[in-house]
Design a protein around this ligand. Structure first.
Ligand SMILES: [Zn+2]
Ligand SMILES: [Zn+2]
Length: 606
């Protein structure tokens, strides 16, 4: 079991760094009012009310002061107040360094909020300077903290933001100062480097630069428009998944984007999903329709449209279904969290005795997908029931059986998984794929869920060997999660330089002069292979015949991360060669066309 962040040295360090920053602020800006300063995921912050407006350029000054204070090697003690009155006295009398009673307003409110009977303690730092003057900085805090300020050496203040006191817009707006701290300079450097990299790889920026997708206020928040190159990327992913699924016995289905609300009343989604739904529509017959937030009920309708025998199962219906969820505008984030997105969805209707094998099949598919996408660093998380909660539906024995089936499937596939109690869906346990990207960040992507609830609600049946109706189990699964999320992740993972098979443009042909354009088009049509016998490679090729200098065209195609460029001039046309340049290996020199084609075939098969 990994150590919890809250128990780690890093957490203590950042807690202490926040106080060190507060101390620096009290020295630099006498009269500053301190409020709260907790560690957070990637560092810490402190919310303060400074006597003057702080600007980004002040951060350097504050940092410098922190360095000075750090070097003083001040011991950090824990001061326990005897009782509430004693704590109040400490806040009003003991805090010094430009920090008097008139600045204690927020701390006193925090003290009031501490429940009776709970110990009240302080971060307490004392030192005597060379002149013999005593300095003390006290800050209401339970800790834990490091032992001396000397340990807080490798830190950086990151940014400023506004934050309402207690997160309430009716309260005063304070200044939040974000910082981070690490035990070593290397770790700090790596973190800062990763932040820069994350900015460089931001899928929203790259999505624009690589012409993948766009947003328009006239279309609406969270509703992406896919540009040709992004659409090609989607199609390529979709084609790959469809062929994998066909091979594995899935059947394609297509269902509408809207449905009568009754369908979702029957499924129960109206109750559990209401606030994520777009406003309802009413037609002339007073029937209410909704935009679909999920595909499951449609697939259930198809399953139910005929009598099923035990020999028909498993039935696996797959659909790239676009669903709509009304995310709060503050939560919409590029294509990672959009209001309309397409799931690589499927529902498997299985007999209880098929659950294990079908689950193994799904995990195997997920594995194949991740491998093909080059996402090798991932882990599985089994979300189980929280025994304390009553939000779950279904019989206990079903929960036990399905949780066991998932565990067995993972074990048979020799895949490690972690168990996360309370992370199950309300209708059954689930297995999530968490991918670690090139920067070490976690992305929750694909999911498989076992469901006893919907078959119950829709009264699904199959006729078993005993001639009697039995209830099938449903498996919901989406190996990508959604196309949008997967493309977002892949864009950041590869910093836009997609693997060859996925690249929207695989080869760019750059004619040197106008007189080479015809030959370039001819070469392009050879590589596209549409007029050739079946089995010919169909590369995605673009001729860049803009009247720009060759240098500029090369640079721009490099920025577009095109895997191969062919520069076409007199000599190559005469000799039947191509002068190729690879994204990874640079200039490859002139080579016969056949050799280039061979290389392309190798690339495709990777
Ligand atoms: Zn603290
Ligand atoms: Zn579903």
């Amino acid at each position: 079991m990994a150590e919890r962040y809250e128990d780690s040295y890093l957490y203590k360090l950042r807690h202490s760094a926040a106080h060190l920053m507060a101390q620096a602020l009290t020295e630099l800006y006498p009269g500053v009012k301190l409020s709260i300063g907790p560690p957070i995921e990637n560092g810490f912050y402190y919310d303060v009310e400074p006597p003057q407006t702080l600007k980004e350029e002040d951060l350097e000054k504050i940092e410098k002061k922190m360095k000075e204070l750090s070097k003083l090697d001040q011991r950090i003690e824990k001061l326990e107040a005897k009782d509430r009155a004693d704590a109040k006295r400490i806040i009003l009398e003991e805090t010094t360094l430009g920090h008097g009673p008139e600045n204690a307003e927020y701390k006193l409110q925090l003290l009031d909020a501490i429940p009776d009977g709970e110990p009240i303690s302080f971060f307490d730092q004392q030192r005597t300077d060379r002149e013999g003057t005593k300095h003390r900085f006290i800050d209401l805090c339970r800790g834990p903290h490091v032992e001396t300020t000397k340990e807080i050496k490798h830190f950086k203040l990151m940014s400023l933001a506004g934050a309402y006191w207690r997160g309430d817009v009716k309260n005063k707006q304070l200044t939040r100062i974000y910082g981070t701290a690490f035990p070593s300079q290397e770790e700090l450097d790596l973190h800062l480097h990763n932040l820069e990299e994350a900015k460089r790889r931001d899928h929203r920026v790259l999505g624009r630069e690589l012409h993948l997708f766009m947003f328009s206020p006239r279309v609406g928040t969270g509703l992406p428009l896919w540009l040709p190159k992004g659409a090609i990327l989607r199609d390529t992913l979709t084609d790959f998944m469809k062929s994998e699924q066909l091979r594995r016995g899935y059947l394609p289905v297509v269902t509408p984007h809207i449905a009568n609300i009754k369908l979702y009343e029957k499924s129960g989604h109206i109750l559990t999903f209401r606030e994520k739904m777009f406003p309802f529509m009413e037609d002339e017959e007073k029937e209410t329709f909704i935009l679909k937030p999920m595909n499951c009920p449609f697939h259930i309708e198809i399953y139910q449209s005929q009598m099923r025998s035990y020999r028909d199962l498993p039935v696996r219906y797959a659909e790239f279904g676009t669903v709509y969820r009304y995310e709060q505008s503050g939560e919409v984030a590029g294509i990672l969290r959009a209001r309309g997105f397409t799931q690589d969805d499927a529902h498997l209707f299985v007999r209880p005795d098929q659950l294990l094998d079908e689950f193994i099949g799904v995990v195997d598919l997920m594995q194949a997908v991740l491998k093909k996408l080059g996402l090798h660093n991932f882990r599985l998380r089994l979300g189980t029931k929280d025994p304390q909660s009553d939000k779950y539906v279904g019989h206990e024995e079903n929960w036990t059986a399905s949780t066991k089936a998932i565990e067995q499937a993972c074990q048979q596939m020799k895949m490690d998984y972690e168990i996360s109690p309370g992370d199950a869906a309300f209708y059954g346990p689930k297995l999530d794929v968490i991918i670690k990207d090139a920067l070490g960040r976690d992305w929750q992507m694909g999911t498989v869920q076992v469901d006893y609830n919907l078959p119950e609600r829709f009264d699904l049946e199959y006729i078993a060997e005993d001639g009697k109706p039995h209830r099938p189990i449903m498996i919901h699964r989406a190996p990508f999660g959604s196309l949008e999320r997967m493309i977002g992740l892949l864009t950041e993972q590869y910093a836009g330089a997609f693997p060859f098979w996925l690249s929207p443009v695989q080869v760019a042909i750059l004619p040197i002069a106008d007189r080479h354009v015809d030959a370039a088009n001819e070469l392009a049509s050879t590589l596209k292979g549409y007029d050739q016998p079946a089995g010919a490679m169909k590369l995605r090729v673009e001729v860049d015949d803009r009247r720009e200098t060759l240098g500029k065209k090369i640079r721009e195609n490099q920025l577009q991360k095109v895997p191969y460029m062919i520069v076409l001039g007199d000599r190559d046309i005469e000799n039947g060669t191509v002068g190729a340049r690879s994204r990874e290996d640079g200039d490859l020199g002139a080579m016969p066309l056949e050799e280039f084609v061979r290389r392309m075939k190798e690339e495709m098969s990777k």
